[in-house]
Design a protein around this ligand. Structure first.
Ligand code: URP
Ligand code: ZN
Ligand code: ZN
Length: 461
């Protein structure tokens, strides 16, 4: 029942120090030098970092989207996440107009139950903000422990909600202590630009990016921030991709508005030129918002470094190239949007961020785990290493290198957007609530071990 992680360097969002970590059952019970190990299983972490388990605040598993369903479900997706050092995810529960929120949530519980190998929570999509929905939200927050609500400002005629829905959701979220998330792109403008491009015969993947300009993201981000201030509420902008959106978030925060932002590994590392790869391979790089010109990457790294953006989510939303991305040959609007990143989020941000000197070790922990735990009502149970916290731990060898590839990844998808990229650092072992999920790079977890995380209402971090 007791485990002692010996000789590692413990890293949290605020400290880096040599210490042993003692685990009893599912909790950390002591941290210190030369801890007494009697009766405990000793795990050697010499030469390694001991990080809190990664928290991925943005995943789409087993989700119908773009005329198909994501290639990864809660079984394959959470297993891959664990290999990559992630011990908790928050997945997006979709809802439909006319559907009760309880029913939507029950469907998502069914998708995860018995499959997840790591812990999970849900964000709830708000499709409409009628009286029934607004009333039911009290139950969702207080009883279901779902304290984050998602409104799409894009995907016209599919998921997009209007400003009235967003505003009513913000007002209700303030009353209930929920955090409102937005996919911030101006869906109406994008719809117009898309139709015009198709009419001009522009059908290749690159036109997906060219019809979703950064100004459309900046405008929607600024609008959502202004509505948040008007509602005296709180906002989290998902998958920020560009300088225009960062500027809006920075200005909002300077004014004291409660506006937070997340970016994703693809925007930090890849750029718009990937969409021009031959033989339709550009379809592998179709995300919304799209990849941007390379100079935006410095803006995003700086925003993570100086606290304008708080988190890195994977936006895991995987589709095979064969048979799924290919649905959009001859019409870029039919390419399912999204990519497989749940496994490599942690490693890519460490390698490109810490190893390349763009963010510190402690900032890495903050953006990969701690801030998500704080913003989404899981701290200090998760997101840090402290006495009393869940023993969600990653033993990480900073000296190892490896090459990312679809041939070796564990996601259920036939390509890797970072194919051939060399990364520094390697996840060696992962514990969730004191149990190994990954041990010496081997999966030893169990489907169904992952538990639903009931989260607490929003508090300003
Ligand atoms: O392209 C993306 N981002 N796919 C996932 C759905 C979303 O908008 O987050
Ligand atoms: Zn989105
Ligand atoms: Zn997403």
């Amino acid at each position: 029942m007791r485990k002692l992680i010996r000789g590692g360097t413990v890293v949290t969002a605020s400290e880096t120090y040599q210490a042993d970590v003692l685990i009893e059952a599912d909790k950390v019970v002591a941290i210190g030098e030369q801890l007494e190990a009697s009766g405990a299983e000793v795990i050697d972490a010499g030469g390694c970092y001991v990080f809190p388990g990664g928290i991925d605040p943005h995943t789409h598993l087993d989700m119908p989207f773009g005329g198909t369903v994501t290639a990864d479900d809660f079984a394959s997706g959470t297993r891959a996440a664990a290999f990559g050092g992630t011990t908790s995810i928050i997945d997006f529960c979709l809802s439909n107009k006319g559907q009760s929120l309880r029913e939507a949530i029950a469907i998502w519980h069914e998708k995860a139950r018995g499959k997840a190998v790591i812990d999970y929570g849900f964000h709830l999509m708000i499709a409409e903000a009628n009286d029934q929905v607004l009333e039911e939200l009290a139950h969702v927050v207080a009883e279901e422990g779902i304290v984050s609500l998602k409104v799409f400002m894009a995907y016209k005629n599919v998921l997009q909600a209007d400003d009235e829905t967003l505003f009513k959701t913000l007002v209700r979220a303030r009353e209930l202590g929920a955090l409102v998330q937005v996919h911030a792109e101006n869906g109406d403008v994008i719809d117009y630009l898309t139709k015009r491009a198709l009419a001009e015969g522009k059908t290749d993947p690159i036109y997906h990016a060219l019809t979703r300009p950064p100004e459309a993201e900046g405008e929607a981000t600024g609008r959502a921030a202004a509505l948040t201030a008007l509602a005296d509420s709180q906002l989290y902008v998902v998958h920020v991709s560009c300088a225009q959106a960062v500027r809006q978030i920075a200005e909002a925060r300077e004014k004291g508005w409660q506006v937070y932002g997340e970016t994703c590994p693809q925007y930090l590392v890849l750029d718009i030129s990937y969409l021009e790869q031959p033989d339709f391979a550009g379809a592998k790089y179709v995300w919304s918002p799209p990849l941007r010109e390379k100079w935006h990457q410095d803006v995003l790294w700086n925003a993570l470094c100086n606290g304008i953006l708080q988190t890195v989510g994977s936006d895991q939303c995987s589709f095979n190239f064969k048979g799924q991305k290919e649905l959009g040959r001859g019409d870029f609007t039919k390419i399912p949007n999204g990519g497989p990143l749940i496994e490599d989020r942690f490693g890519v941000v460490y390698s490109e961020g810490v190893h390349k000197g763009r963010i510190s070790l402690n900032q890495f922990v903050d953006v990969i785990a701690t801030k998500a735990a704080k913003l989404f009502g899981m701290f200090p149970r998760k997101g840090t290493i402290a006495v009393g916290s869940d023993a969600d731990l990653v033993i990480f060898d900073p000296g190892a290198t490896r090459i990312l590839s679809a041939a070796t990844h564990h996601m259920n998808v036939d390509y890797n957007p970072f194919e051939g990229m060399k990364v520094h650092g390697q996840v060696v072992s992962v514990l969730l609530r004191g149990e190994f999920v990954i041990r010496d790079k081997q999966f030893v977890g169990r489907p169904g071990f992952g538990q639903f995380i009931r989260r607490t209402p929003f508090r300003r971090p």
